[in-house]
Write a protein that binds this ligand. Structure first.
Ligand SMILES: Nc1nc2c(c(=O)[nH]1)N[C@H]1C(S)=C(S)[C@@H](COP(=O)(O)OP(=O)(O)OC[C@H]3O[C@@H](n4cnc5c(=O)[nH]c(N)nc54)[C@H](O)[C@@H]3O)O[C@H]1N2
Ligand SMILES: Nc1nc2c(c(=O)[nH]1)N[C@H]1C(S)=C(S)[C@@H](COP(=O)(O)OP(=O)(O)OC[C@H]3O[C@@H](n4cnc5c(=O)[nH]c(N)nc54)[C@H](O)[C@@H]3O)O[C@H]1N2
Ligand code: SF4
Ligand SMILES: [Mo]
Length: 705
């Protein structure tokens, strides 16, 4: 039996893996603080993909329009030949790299090094840009440092009140609900989600704003909290700066005015402010945000407005209260720290910082001058592919942008315009289907490495079995490819421990400092949360590993030690509804599927429960558009059309429909979305599109009398 963590989300539930009667691995929950012995349906079924018939076990090369089996030598040589040719002909930025928050810390680090050192390109970014980047930008502004939860998750279990803005953990991290059983919940979500229902069932509140109006709602709550006398003026005075600029905005958001903008009744705003305010006075309240608040073209300002509310109530940087962003992907936290982001070097360092460049250049045996500068952000990178000034090749590891990027009709065209597309994956994802070279790589249970969970806690991923014959690890692929591009093989080891040791040195002195991490302690029940700087004493105590479970207790990470309020200004969504597109569409997740669905749509148990895209809509709105429960509908935005099965939901807002983004082709929600980008985080507007809904032909019933 081996013990590891689930491959999917950032909760990183611990699990035991052991062979069942048929010899295939089975998962069962292992005790661990975040999941407390629970797993969701996706975790239980995760091993099914290890032996799935769709599993890729040989590299593929495109010949005459078809992907055909090839040897590793052929595939690696072909990929390297094209990358080298493009680099020589068009310069290093002709090659681009696209990474993922699913990759282990070691892979994320080596991928960034591969881009900047082996390819010499500035063109690298990753799917985390679509995930928590707005909250990260807002947290960096407010606290001077971004760690999703700056406290252990178990802390929230003892709080009196937890406000969840745009997060639906009952479906996206079910075992987390164990920590939310005792607190009274205030859920901010346009939909009556299972999380919102739990709030209502246990004396809490559900506020259902129109999508894209969290920012004025947060200001309205601040206004109501101040009127009721809940603000912590001593904390504001002693630990923060800039309250006046925030208040200049909030002053104009009295509850009745906020109701007009958001649709949330004024008395609910006052009730929520009171509930939260009383708990805050007892220093027993948390504000947590998820993608619902963050995935907007105004995502950074919106996350900033929630942080402002937390600061005004005196929550961050104190035991028993706080603000946190619920990170999403398995290694969404570590993945954003070690240099696969366009503007970043390992250790959460900024790529334009001369000291950071010198530190990394020294470690990589190159010069600061030869390290590339910042590149394009994910959406901008994808939209530039194959254009006259954009990259001509893309190397993808751990993402399926043909389904998950905004405006996928455009993105698929851009992928098709590439001279060369290389995809490392375990299945033929929709993106891999467009590739010139596909490299089959190992899955979670077949590799070693570390992950950093939503609390900033380091975890060890352990190998339970070897990869199937013909499959290599992602680290091995980078290690095989880099020397073919002229890089020194010593710089690209494929052993996870060696890479972690180098990552630790690279991160030393950086904002996300891993230099004191002891990978062998990670299994021994010693929690290690970054920052974990290497001890300076000569005789380190083996029983005391460096670790920071709770951040900001004494001081925030800005030079003056104070947290900063922001200037949240409401601009509203990037597009408006009109007579042609009269409804708001928002997008998100279902319990049974993960992300682009490349993995979970292949798992029979999950595919049977949620076999096709659905659209959640109020029955009256459906009727108004000639639709009933179970009918098929077309949803059309200014970008494109998708098809979904109508799921009438009496608790839905009349003006808003919801579609999950886990499906491909004509069921892909991202045919509706647009790449209006947040000015700071470059987050696209996933959560608000103007659409119309019309009846669609139904192949299941067509031809019947
Ligand atoms: N089952 C499942 N679990 C997952 C994942 C998955 O794909 N499937 N993915 C993982 C990842 S990477 C992530 S990032 C997390 C995401 O976890 P969550 O943030 O919980 O997930 P979402 O469903 O994207 O969005 C949450 C809620 O935001 C609401 N919402 C939409 N628009 C707005 C708005 O304008 N304001 C507010 N306040 N709410 C709004 C939606 O109705 C939705 O219920 O989940 C992780 N866990
Ligand atoms: N409309 C809409 N769109 C969204 C969102 C939304 O809420 N609404 N959410 C956004 C968010 S938060 C996210 S995080 C993105 C995620 O979207 P994607 O980046 O597309 O994420 P996945 O579907 O997890 O894609 C992972 C792919 O890589 C493979 N893979 C997984 N792990 C590994 C690995 O370790 N190595 C290799 N080589 N391959 C691996 C999987 O088989 C799969 O094909 O989607 C974003 N898109
Ligand atoms: S909650 Fe997340 S980590 Fe836990 S079992 Fe489900 S998908 Fe896996
Ligand atoms: Mo995400």
């Amino acid at each position: 039996m081996s013990t590891t963590h689930c491959p999917y989300c950032a909760l990183q539930c611990a699990m035991h893996l052991e062979p069942g009667p048929d010899g295939n691995l089975r998962a069962r929950p292992a005790p661990f603080p975040t999941n407390r012995g629970g797993l969701c349906r996706k975790g239980w079924t995760a091993p099914d993909l290890l032996t799935h018939p769709d599993r890729l076990t040989t590299p593929l090369i495109r010949h005459n329009g078809h992907l055909e089996p090839a040897t590793w030598e052929q595939a690696l040589d072909t990929a390297a030949h094209h990358l080298d040719h493009l680099r020589r002909t068009h310069g290093p930025d002709a090659n681009a790299v696209y990474g993922s928050g699913s990759l282990t810390n070691e892979k994320a680090y080596l991928l960034g090094k591969f881009a900047r050192l082996a390819l010499g390109t500035s063109q690298i970014d990753y799917n985390g840009r679509f995930c928590m980047s707005s909250a990260a930008a807002a947290t960096n502004h407010a606290f001077g440092l971004d760690r999703g939860l700056p406290f252990p998750l178990t802390d929230i279990a003892t709080a009196q009140v937890v406000l969840l803005a745009g997060a639906n953990p009952a479906e996206t991290m079910p075992p987390m609900m164990g920590h939310l059983a005792a607190p009274t919940l205030i859920v901010i979500d346009p939909r009556r989600t299972p999380t919102a229902q739990q709030a209502l069932d246990h004396g809490g509140l559900h506020l259902a704003p129109r999508p894209g109006t969290d920012l004025p709602l947060a200001l309205g709550l601040l206004h109501a909290a101040r009127t009721a006398g809940h603000l912590d003026h001593t904390y504001i005075e002693q630990r923060t700066t800039g309250f006046r600029t925030t208040w200049a905005q909030a002053a104009a958001h009295w509850p009745e005015r906020t109701e007009e903008i958001t649709g949330v009744p004024a008395h609910h705003i006052r009730a929520a402010a009171d509930l939260l305010g009383h708990a805050a006075r007892n220093r027993s309240a948390y504000i947590l945000t998820g993608r619902g608040s963050e995935q907007h073209a105004t995502g950074t300002a919106t996350a900033g407005a929630w942080i402002d509310l937390a600061l005004a109530l005196g929550l961050p940087g104190r035991t028993g209260s706080g603000y946190g962003c619920i990170t999403g992907q398995g290694n969404g936290q570590g993945g954003r720290e070690h240099g696969q982001k366009a503007d970043q070097l390992p250790g959460y360092r900024h790529i334009t910082d001369p000291d950071a460049r010198t530190h990394i250049a020294h470690l990589w045996n190159t010069t600061p001058h030869d390290l590339p500068g910042p590149g394009r952000s994910a959406t901008e990178l994808l939209a530039a592919l194959g254009t006259p000034h954009g990259p001509r090749s893309l190397f993808v590891m751990g993402s399926n942008p043909a389904v998950s990027a905004p405006d996928t009709t455009l993105i698929k065209k851009r992928l098709a315009a590439l001279d060369h597309l290389i995809v490392c994956d375990f299945v033929l994802s929709e993106t891999a289907q467009q590739a010139h070279v596909v490299l089959p790589t190992a899955q979670w249970a077949e590799e070693e490495g570390t992950m950093t969970n939503l609390e900033g806690r380091l975890l060890r991923r352990t190998r339970a079995q070897n990869p199937p014959p013909g499959v290599r690890t992602d680290l091995q692929v980078l290690s095989d490819l880099a020397p073919r591009l002229g890089a020194d093989p010593h710089h690209f080891p494929h052993d996870a421990d060696t890479v972690l040791a180098e990552l630790a040195r690279a991160s030393a002195g950086g904002r996300a400092d891993y230099s004191g991490i002891d990978p062998h302690h990670l299994t021994a029940g010693h929690p290690q949360y970054w920052p974990a700087p290497r001890p300076t004493t000569t005789e380190p105590d083996p029983d005391r590993v460096p670790s920071t479970p709770r951040m900001f207790l004494d001081t925030f990470a800005h030079p003056d030690g104070r947290a900063r309020f922001s200037t949240p200004t409401h601009h509203g969504p990037a597009e408006t509804t009109d007579t042609h597109y009269p409804l708001w569409a928002t997008t998100g997740r279902l319990l049974g599927h993960y992300q682009s669905g490349a993995q979970t749509r292949r798992i029979r148990e999950l595919a049977t429960t949620d076999p096709e895209a659905t659209v959640q809509i109020h029955p009256d709105t459906a009727a108004h558009h000639g639709l009933t429960h179970g009918a098929r509908a077309h949803l059309t935005s200014r970008r494109g059309t998708m098809t979904a099965r109508v799921h009438t939901t009496p608790t839905a807002r009349h003006d808003t429909v919801f579609v999950p983004f886990h499906y491909a082709h004509d069921q892909a929600a991202n045919t509706l979305t647009q790449h209006a980008l947040d000015p700071t985080s470059r987050m696209p507007e996933f959560k608000v599109s103007a659409v119309r809904i019309t009846p669609a032909p139904d192949p299941a019933t067509e031809g019947r009398p």
